[in-house]
Design a protein around this ligand. Sequence first.
Ligand code: CMC
Length: 388
Amino acid sequence: TGMTTLDPGFGNTASCSSKITYIDGAAGILRYRGYSIEDLAVNSNFLEVAYLVIYGELPEPAQLKEFSDKLRDNADIPAEMSAFIDAMPRNGHPMSLMASAVNTLAAYYDDSVDPSDDAQVELATIRLMAKLPTIAARIYRNSIGEAPIGPDDSLGYVDNFIRMTFGDNAASGELGDLFSKAVDMLLILHADHELNCSTATVRVVGSSQADIFASVASGINALSGPSHGGANQAVLEMLEEIRDSGISIDDFLERVKAREVRLMGFGHRVYKNFDPRSKEIKVLASQILDRDENPDELFELALKLEAAALEDSYFTERKLYPNVDFYTGVIYRTMGFPTNMFTVLFAIGRLPGWVAHYREQLHDPAFRIARPRQHYIGSGERRYPGQG
Ligand code: CMC
């Protein structure tokens, strides 16, 4: 009706112009601010990439040090917030708890909630980046009934998160270094992905002039669903179900084709050839999981499942390929993260992207409130009964 075009799921609608991330879905290209993710994954580190995504340029060494120092200085969370996190159901899903905690940041830091004040937005940016790992680790420690571990300012961003999570049980030596590098690389590969569901959500919420904490909390909630970030958890649960039920891979794929279940970790709205992140992550998974003679059974299963799907015309005709979430879970699991923490790791990685989009939108000359239209298909005018 009228002048509007129906576009379910916004599959064909660009709602903004952006300088942050370039994707060519047909060619499998993903670049942040012009740099390919393959290049960044090998040569950079997550903090530098976060800076690049948020501020637009790779930092000079002094800028990176300043950024890193600010994050260290702000890594603690207020005692009241710790008490609030501790009071939430400890067996609740960490994504639910994390979104709730982030939502309250505006209440603790009302000096950084004004979107019209760049200095306040910058302060909020630092606070979010600095505190999200601390919040996430506290939620995890509570979930396993262990005392929370506060930030250690002698450690880098990723190592500090690992230490707050696993404490003395963190892998050490060569294995510890390998895990730390792997988490760093996975965070890089998740740092931004243009207008995915959660980032679009952050922009929509921010478009009403809501503060950045409220907007990012909304992004965390959007990420939690199994069609989006929750897929990394869903993949692992799927692999475990296949293993435990003893169903053959062929029979499982028949169930997928009969539309009883989706093949989690497969398919993407934009990538119709391959997901460049999944290629990198598969290599990482083999580095981590093929280290010794004991092959990881879920990784082996994932490899077989991928190979079988890629030979099946149902998947090739629909251009369904493994996405970023297909192999991340098996890696996180080997590191000791429980399944329900996988999407939390995605959120920590995606935070720079959310923040960058919120900030870019504020300075977009075309900035206005997000307000999609609809096609009305309900009944025509009716009279209230009994009114003659
Ligand atoms: N398993 C089986 N069939 C699928 C799958 C799948 N994973 N994904 C899409 N299809 C089929 C779908 O049924 C449809 O078939 P038909 O045309 O016969 O009806 C066709 O492929 C097109 O699917 P669509 O639902 O229109 O695709 P979409 O762009 O709306 O959805 C998606 C994209 C990622 C939500 C979807 O592929 C999916 O649900 N995948 C599984 C969940 C997943 O891995 N999500 C992670 C996405 S990547 C990063 C992230 O956001 O976390």
